[in-house]
Design a binder for this molecule. Sequence first.
Ligand SMILES: O=C(O)CCC(=O)C(=O)O
Length: 314
Amino acid sequence: MPVTVTPTLPAAGPAKVLRLARRDLALDGHELGFLRETPAAGAAPQALRERMAEDGYLLMRGLIARERVEAARRVVLEHLDAQGQVDRSHPLMDGYRAEGAKGGYFGGRREVTHQPDFLNAVESPELADFWAAYFGEAPVTIEYKWLRAVAGGDATSPHYDVVYMGRGTRERLFTCWIPLGDLTFDDGPLALLAGSHRLPSYERIRQTYGNADADRDNIETFFSHDPREIVQRYGGQWQTSEFRMGDVLIFGMFTMHGAVANRGPRFRLSTDVRWQPASEPMDPRWIGAEPAGNYAWRKTPTEPLEVSRRKWGV
Ligand SMILES: O=C(O)CCC(=O)C(=O)O
């Protein structure tokens, strides 16, 4: 029997339908609802830790100064523009795609991610202060930055981050998903599966898939391409939101997440940056100026998802 989490209910009116990974879901508060917000100002660290334990995420509105995020957005758009990917019949900062533009994954591309204006946002004092308070000790951020310019096409399928970066601390490493633009639902925001980090119905998934390692096991790394299949079998609720620059969505390594498809004409720009206590072990694959990253993953044919799931019995 799937265990449910407290559903978040939508405003009255017809439900919008969003494409999450490869499945259309109604944003009606059943399989898909709204992320719960946490005020960025004034929350006590203990209350934040409790909410993280309960929800598996914190949606912090306006945590980073908007101007910093705008400057980081400009860095990324200038890079895309130099590649001819931006439709310059609109202002650059509007981020419209040129015809045929595919966007791209720019993780680890230091000529973009280590521009001062980019680092000023993703390693901002606001974030450093937040993490120092949250951990109650000095924080550190992983030097490698994940960066995406998402055009149309398939959106990120559901997964746990731990399969990519689980060789250091697993319990005190957190992802900050930072939209580098104001995002409507049509721009393709992130979605999280509330409950996947703690519901007993997910225990076997955490014990099997959650102990997989992209490099050691060379698995596909996604858990499913179908968000409905997961909630129907295991419970919980997908949750998403629209975003403004400065908002940060924070979650742990065992919170299942994926993305809503970008159905608009603009790029969905976002970065994922990771923070942890400086005292805890770091995954060696991601540290230093030239990290190995997922060095073995996909170097040979990956194990198909169906095979992995059969082995795990989930
Ligand atoms: O932005 C996306 O589409 C995926 C991001 C993600 O998987 C992450 O932040 O770990």
